[in-house]
Every structure is written in structure tokens, then in C-alpha cells.
Design a protein around this ligand. Structure first.
Ligand code: GDG
Length: 731
């Protein structure tokens, strides 16, 4: 039976050391709740760091045993690893970069090395748990490299990845020295999830820019498989907050606090100490409210909970100091004997007490400058069920703003707007509060954390099924054995080999993709076998093919079928063709070259091609779409066709393609073994022209290919060709 394995940096249990030994306390985080029913189910497991250093092997065994009882498996980290991987690379490099605080990021090669090593450690821990068919769901920015590491070890596994923090614009990503490795790491997954459409869009754009991979309709096309990318806004355990806010415990806390606060209205803010949370801006806005609206003095307080976090790190310590100072200054100026403007707590509260705060608050002030989602906003909404009153002020730069459009959305750096929003919230009529809350409650209830978990896992399963049904079968060992046997038994073999992307890897400069020594030797051997007819079928010009391979005993098809040449003979045209059209189209292509730096025209005898591989990825794709629609119009009823192949648009006569050219060999050679290899759209014409018995092999992943089999890359093509039984001299 296939199992599900959850992986995150921290386990959903806090292990703490006390005088009387180790203490295990389940954590109350939203993720732990949402995934509770998954990882606790039969055979499933959650892999992660238990949150403290355990070096003594006996103690490690004790922790492992205890956690296993609750379906968890620990990854033990040393103090050095915690420093370099967690505090260093995760929180000192990735966290600031992904939250648009690049200026705070550090770029330490030693931290990067530790990050890789710890991801590898997690990989080993997962592999010791996972079978080949298991589903693995990796969480968050500490483990960006893990999906690729797992994929290398378990090619067939179903791997999902979810990022809980924002994914920044490509401009931020490109600052990172390790951007390509990080993106490739994530692409090991079958499904990559983000909180919002914007993050997903930024990721796809980074993949296009940094890795040059094609992305389309929320999908990244890898040579071996597609990777699905989608938005899954995370929810909360709605019912838990509804019940907690109405619980006896919460009511008790509320009664106690009300005795002290009397009629003071409460504006609430809750967050972890972090420079992304906009805490100082919020304090200034509250001060602004008291200045511009003195009627609130003595009547409204800001209840501010800041949960201690990372305060050993200098940036965080400085932030803490700034907050302490601001709170001190504002309170010193405005406090009275019976009222403080700011009730500031630098600590965390038990769950029921937090629920009481949510319940009591007239306004929730959630103003991060960047936040992946922000669950506090949703928890406040859920806690208001039954009370009908409460206004949410929410930063437009929190992921939650994409869903909670009935909140008062603000730009956290616009203090005037924040002050105005606070005033509006405190004055909002009851029926408007009720309406807005009602809409948001419905949404938060429906898209809760259980729905989120189910949606992600269903989508992950779907992505795998889609891959399997759309992709051609991999040319595996069993098929290869059969292929080799058929090859050996055959008298008249026809080998149809595409060049670029099949025999040779792509090069940004097409002229530089000439055959290397190894390839020339391989082709020479294949051509020398008297039972073989080896045809190089390419889109390239005959001059290039001649120059590179003309001396070998090979047949050639050049310019996608325009020119043919049999070994030892001259080139001849497949049929007579017009070229007058080139004069008409060339100026248009030249215009696109002028408008698109890095692009260029390749003129062949019977076709014109516009290459944009070296242009900026985004601009190139945009111009290509523009040119394509222009050409579609110009070529209608002309007998010309536009081919769109891997960053090239080529205009050529419509009735000529690789398939028609191949027909010549089929009719004259009557082969009893056919092997055809190709990597793009133009090779599909070859595959289509061949009988069902032919071994047709597509290089790279391609949904809906006509080929019977696929291999991942030119390297495997060469391996296959090398394994063909050697030339039978004297045969
Ligand atoms: C990431 C992303 C994304 C806070 N104070 C107390 C307390 N809390 C609880 C809240 C809430 C949680 O902590 C904070 O949730 P956030 O969503 O604000 O942020 P993180 O979980 O730190 O981080 C974030 C999230 O992942 C999920 O994907 O939303 O954007 O940064 O649940 O209630 N809980 C208790 N006492 C407190 O004093 N008991």
C-alpha cells in the first residue's frame, strides 16, 4: 500500500529538556492540525527536526522511540548545522530575500554548503522511511533542495512541495548566487504549491528566466516530465476557533480583562517578532490616530502581542529595541492613571487566552509589509462567529488579502491610510461589520485547512496520473533488449536520426553544435554496417550537414525535407519550389530582429527562420507570439507554413516536411527494422509516416507524442546507439 510522508523542518511536537528529562508537547500550529489526520493514519509518518540538540545516542534512541508512537521520525541536527543551515541560510539568506528584504540577506558559501548538507540529511531520513511508490509532501523554504534529491533516488515517487512564505519577483531571485540550484531543487516535485497566484506567477517567471525552461498554463516542461504549479491558499481549523472563542475558558478570561479595561475598545495585533510584520509602522499609525483623533484618547487601546523569535540575531534584537522604544514613548506621552494606549506583551499566550483576545477585539490590525498568507487574520474572522461585530484591517501585501477582500485593505507603508482605516473601523456601523464578517466567515469556513490538505493531495495524485497517461513509455530495459534483438536479426535496417536535441545537445549558438569526436565515430560505425541505411534528418542547411558529416557513409535530409542526399551521391531537391516569397517575408523578420536584441535570422535555401533563444526569455516569448499571429495572417493561402520549434519560428513550404521525405526511403529500401529518434514537433511528421512496427523514440518529455517510446536526453540516445551490436564485417 502506498503511504504518505510529510517532511518539514520542524516536527509538530516540541521536545524540551528539563531537570527531570525530556518533555514532549504537541504543537498547536495550523499545519500540524491540518495534516494531523494524514500523518497519523496507518503507516504514514512526519519527518522533521525535533527542535533541540540531542547528541547522546541513548537519548536519540529514546526520542526516536517516543516520537514513533505518534507517527513521527526525527532528523537530529548538530548545533553547527542549526547555526549554518537554519539560522544562516534559511533565516539569514532565504527569509529576507523571499520577503523583499534583500538588503538584510547574507551570502555565505559556508551557510549554503550546510543548507545542501542538511537537505541531504533530510533526504536520507525520508528515504529510510519511503518506498518507491510513496507520496512525499515537502514543506517550506528550509527544504527547497529536497524534492530534487528525493527524485534522484526515487524517480517514480510522487513528490509534492508547498512554500509557506512568498515567492518573490524574479528580480529578487536573481540576486541569489544559488538561484539556479534552488529552482532546480524545487522542480524535483511533481506539484509545487504556493499561497497565491502572484507567487506562482513569480516562480514560473524565475524558472523561465533563470533556467530557460518552457512554462505554460501553470506547468513547467522538464525534459523528463511536466511539473504542475498551482495556488493553494492555506486555511485554518475553522471550527476549532469558533469553539475556542465561545468556550468557558475564553469567556472567563474575557470577564477578568473587562473588569480592568471597562469600556475601553480594543484594537488587537498578534505576530511573531519579525521585520516583515510591519510592527513599527503599526505603532506609528496608532500614535497618528491619537494625534489626529484625540476623541480616542482614553477610549481605545492597542493590545499588541509580539511572540519572541530569533532575538539572538542582531537584526531582530534591533527591531525589538525599536519597538520597546516606540511603545515606551507613546505610552509615556498618552497614558493616564486608568488607561494605557498600548498594552504590549512580548511573550506568547495559551490558546484559550489568545481566543479570548480575538473575541474581545473590536478591530484586528494585521499590517505585515510582506507575509506569505497570515493565519491570524483568518483566526480573528473565525473567532467572531456569533458575535457579529469586529473589523479586520489587513495589509494588501499579506497573501490572505487575495481572499479576504471584505477586510479594510491597506498599504502598510501608507501611515495616513492606516490612520484613516483605524478611524473607519472604529466608526463602522454594526450592520456593515456584520455583512463584511459574514462574507469572510463563509469563505474561511469553506476553505479550511482540511479542504486545503485534501485539495493539495488530490491535485498531487492527479498530476501523477496525468503524467502517466500523457507520456509515452520510457524506453526501459525490457524494450531495449527486444530492440537490440530485432536489430540484430534484421537484414535491411533504416535508422532515421534527427540531429539537434537528439544526437547533440542544444547550444545557444546553433553553429557551435557541431558533432564531437565521439558522435562522429558512432555515426561512422553505424554507417559502415552494410545492413544499415542511416539517415540524418535535420532542419539544418545542406551546407552545414555536408561540412560536419558529409564525409561519412550517411544519407541526409536537410531543411526539414527540402533537400535529400544519399551516401556517395549529390544533393537533390525533393521537388522544385518557389523562393520568391522570401523577399516578402524577410523585411518583417528583420523588423523583429531590430526590436528583439539577441534574436537573429537564419536563411536557408527554401526557408527562413527567426531564432530567439538568446533573447531575454520574457521578451522573446512575447515577440514570438506577436510574430506568429502576424505570420498566420501573411501565410494564409500561400502554400507556406510556420513551424514553431524550441525558440525558433520557421517559414517553409507547407507540403514539405520530414515525413514526406522519409517516404522516399520507405518505398525504395523496404526495411525490416526501423528506428526513428527525434525531439520536437517536426519529428512527429517522421513518426507519423512510419509503420506501427517501427521503434519510434521521442527525446525528452512530450505529452501526446506519436512516438511509442521516449528517452530523457541526447545522452541516452547516444548510449542506445552505442549499445547496438557492432558492425558485422563480411556479413
Ligand atoms: C508561515 C508564513 C503563513 C501567534 N501568537 C500566539 C499564537 N500564534 C499563532 C497564531 C497563528 C500562528 O501563530 C502564526 O501564523 P502566521 O500565519 O501569522 O505565520 P507563521 O505560521 O509563523 O509562518 C505565513 C503560514 O506559514 C502558514 O502557511 O501564513 O505567512 O510566514 O496560528 O494563532 N498561538 C498561541 N499563542 C500566541 O501567543 N497559542
Amino acid at each position: 500500500m502506498s503511504r504518505t510522508i510529510i517532511v518539514s523542518n520542524r516536527l509538530p511536537t516540541k521536545v524540551q529538556r528539563a531537570d527531570d528529562g525530556l518533555h514532549f508537547q504537541p504543537s498547536e500550529g495550523g499545519l500540524a492540525t491540518g495534516l494531523g489526520s494524514i500523518y497519523r493514519a496507518d503507516g504514514n509518518v512526519w519527518v522533521g527536526w525535533p527542535g533541540l540538540e540531542v547528541t547522546d545516542p541513548k537519548e536519540q534512541a529514546q526520542v526516536t522511540e517516543r516520537l514513533a508512537d505518534d507517527s513521527m521520525a526525527p532528523v537530529f541536527l548538530t548545533e553547527g548545522e542549526i547555526h549554518d543551515y537554519y539560522e544562516g541560510f534559511s533565516n539569514g539568506t532565504l527569509w529576507p530575500t523571499f520577503h523583499y528584504f534583500s538588503e538584510l540577506a547574507t551570502y555565505e558559501p559556508a551557510h549554503w554548503a550546510a543548507y545542501r548538507a542538511v537537505n541531504e540529511k533530510f533526504c536520507q531520513a525520508v528515504l529510510s522511511q519511503a518506498g518507491p511508490d510513496d507520496t512525499i509532501w515537502v514543506h517550506d523554504y528550509q527544504l527547497l533542495l529536497l524534492p530534487e534529491m528525493l527524485r534522484a533516488a526515487r524517480p517514480e515517487a510522487t513528490i509534492g512541495f508547498f512554500l509557506h512564505i512568498p515567492f518573490p519577483s524574479y528580480e529578487l531571485m536573481r540576486v541569489l548566487p544559488w538561484r539556479a540550484e534552488l529552482l532546480r531543487g524545487m522542480l524535483g516535485a511533481d506539484l509545487i504549491g504556493f499561497h497565491t497566484f502572484d507567487y506562482m506567477h513569480h516562480f514560473l517567471s524565475a524558472v523561465g528566466h533563470v533556467l530557460g525552461l518552457p512554462t505554460q498554463n501553470g506547468q513547467v516542461e522538464l525534459p523528463t516530465r511536466p511539473v504542475l504549479v498551482d495556488a493553494f491558499p492555506m486555511g485554518i481549523d475553522y471550527e476549532r476557533y469558533v469553539q475556542a472563542a465561545a468556550s468557558e475558558a475564553a469567556l472567563g478570561y474575557e470577564r477578568t480583562y473587562r473588569q480592568v479595561l471597562r469600556a475601553t475598545r480594543v484594537v488587537l495585533s498578534v505576530d511573531r517578532l519579525d521585520y516583515t510584520k510591519g510592527i513599527a509602522q503599526r505603532l506609528r499609525a496608532f500614535e497618528g490616530l491619537l494625534q489626529t483623533h484625540p476623541e480616542y484618547v482614553g477610549r481605545v487601546s492597542l493590545l499588541m502581542v509580539v511572540v519572541p523569535s530569533r532575538d539572538q540575531v542582531p537584526q531582530y534584537a534591533a527591531l525589538k529595541e525599536e519597538i520597546d522604544e516606540l511603545v515606551g514613548r507613546i505610552n509615556a506621552q498618552y497614558s493616564t492613571i486608568s488607561w494605557d494606549p498600548i498594552l504590549y506583551f512580548y511573550r506568547s499566550f495559551p490558546f484559550e487566552e489568545l481566543a479570548a483576545f480575538y473575541r474581545m477585539a473590536d478591530v484586528a490590525l494585521v499590517t505585515p509589509v510582506r507575509d506569505g498568507m497570515n493565519l491570524v487574520a483568518k483566526e480573528f474572522i473565525a473567532s467572531k462567529v456569533g458575535s457579529d461585530r469586529g473589523v479586520l484591517i489587513l495589509s494588501e501585501r499579506a497573501g490572505a488579502a487575495q481572499e479576504l477582500s471584505d477586510a479594510l485593505l491597506i498599504n502598510p507603508t501608507d501611515t495616513d491610510q492606516l490612520v484613516a482605516a483605524l478611524h473607519e473601523a472604529l466608526q463602522m456601523p454594526d450592520d456593515e461589520q456584520r455583512t463584511r464578517l459574514g462574507h469572510m466567515q463563509e469563505l474561511v469556513r469553506q476553505y479550511d485547512v482540511f479542504a486545503w490538505t485534501k485539495l493539495f493531495l488530490d491535485r498531487l495524485a492527479y498530476s501523477k496520473i496525468k503524467q502517466l497517461t500523457l507520456s509515452t513509455d520510457l524506453l526501459d530495459e525490457a524494450v531495449t533488449v527486444q530492440l537490440l534483438a530485432d536489430y540484430e536479426a534484421a537484414e535491411r535496417r533504416l535508422l532515421l536520426l534527427d540531429y539537434d536535441g537528439t544526437l547533440q545537445r542544444f547550444n545557444a549558438r546553433p553553429q557551435r553544435a557541431q558533432p564531437d569526436k565521439e558522435l562522429l565515430a558512432l555515426l561512422a560505425d553505424l554507417g559502415a554496417d552494410p545492413h544499415n541505411r542511416v539517415v540524418i534528418i535535420s532542419g539544418r542547411s545542406r551546407a552545414e550537414l555536408d561540412q560536419w558529416m558529409g564525409h561519412l557513409r550517411l544519407d541526409f535530409v536537410a531543411e526539414h525535407g527540402v533537400w535529400l542526399r544519399q551516401a556517395g551521391e549529390e544533393w537533390h531537391l525533393f521537388q522544385e519550389m518557389q523562393t520568391a516569397w522570401k523577399r516578402e517575408f524577410r523585411p518583417l523578420l528583420e523588423q523583429y530582429v531590430r526590436r528583439t536584441a539577441g534574436s537573429f535570422i537564419e536563411e536557408k535555401e527554401y526557408s527562413l527562420a527567426w531564432h530567439y533563444r538568446r533573447a531575454d526569455a520574457g521578451l522573446g516569448a512575447l515577440r514570438a507570439r506577436e510574430l506568429l499571429s502576424h505570420l498566420a495572417f501573411m501565410t494564409s493561402n500561400t502554400g507556406l507554413q510556420v513551424l514553431e520549434v524550441d525558440k525558433v519560428l520557421e517559414i517553409k513550404p507547407a507540403d514539405l516536411h520530414k515525413g514526406t521525405a522519409v517516404g522516399r526511403w520507405l518505398s525504395t529500401e523496404h526495411p525490416d527494422f526501423i528506428l526513428a529518434l527525434g525531439d520536437d514537433r517536426t519529428d512527429e511528421d517522421t513518426f507519423a509516416a512510419l509503420p506501427d512496427t517501427a521503434y519510434t523514440v521521442r527525446v525528452g518529455h512530450a505529452p501526446r507524442s506519436l512516438a511509442r517510446y521516449s528517452v530523457p536526453s541526447p545522452a541516452e540516445v547516444r548510449r542506445l546507439l552505442r549499445s547496438l551490436p557492432a558492425v558485422q564485417i563480411n556479413a
